[in-house]
Design a protein around this ligand. Structure first.
Ligand SMILES: [Zn+2]
Length: 164
């Protein structure tokens, strides 16, 4: 795997610590929670009793989708037991649906949690044969990839929803 940048890269020092950290979206004092806002339904492609699946607003890797819980909680640490009991199953459904698009080498599942305080995970397909984009470098490549059009994102999302 390689980064999508020419060598030599130079090492920089980390920034100053920011403590206390500022509130995230959905936390007291932060911006409103996006998944709890009705506006998040605009990119909804599938849902069941516990989960909603959404197209990204922008991606250079069509087939990327994000899965959110219906109820507001932050992370695995406070995930209600009845929601937790369905998590692995729904992840399997999403992974199979993204793989069914074809020409997908692997489907990576990311849980970052730095932006918003409403539980959500990302599924991101690594294109088949793109071993240079393996592992954690996939998102660096996504960052420099040509963004897919809104129509491409919608069409791929429709295929994923149909396979769920
Ligand atoms: Zn929320």
């Amino acid at each position: 795997m390689t980064l999508p940048y020419a060598e030599p890269l130079t090492v920089i020092d980390p920034a100053e610590l920011v403590i206390p950290e500022p509130p995230r979206r959905g936390e007291e004092g932060g911006a409103p929670c996006f998944p709890c806002d009705e506006g998040s339904d605009a990119n909804l492609i599938w849902s069941d009793a516990h989960w909603t699946l959404h197209n990204p607003g922008r991606t250079g890797l069509p087939g990327s989708v994000w899965l959110a819980s219906r109820v507001h909680f932050d992370s695995f640490a406070d995930m209600p037991a009845e929601v937790a009991s369905t998590f692995a199953g729904v992840c399997g459904l999403v992974e199979r649906a993204v793989l069914a698009l074809g020409d997908v080498g692997r489907v990576h599942l990311y849980r970052w949690g730095d932006g918003g305080a409403h539980f959500h995970v990302w599924f991101v397909p690594r294109p088949l044969g793109r071993l240079d984009m393996s592992g954690p470098y996939l998102m660096a490549w996504e960052d420099v990839a040509t963004p897919a059009s809104d129509a491409q994102i919608a069409e791929v999302g429709h295929r994923i929803a149909a396979a769920m």
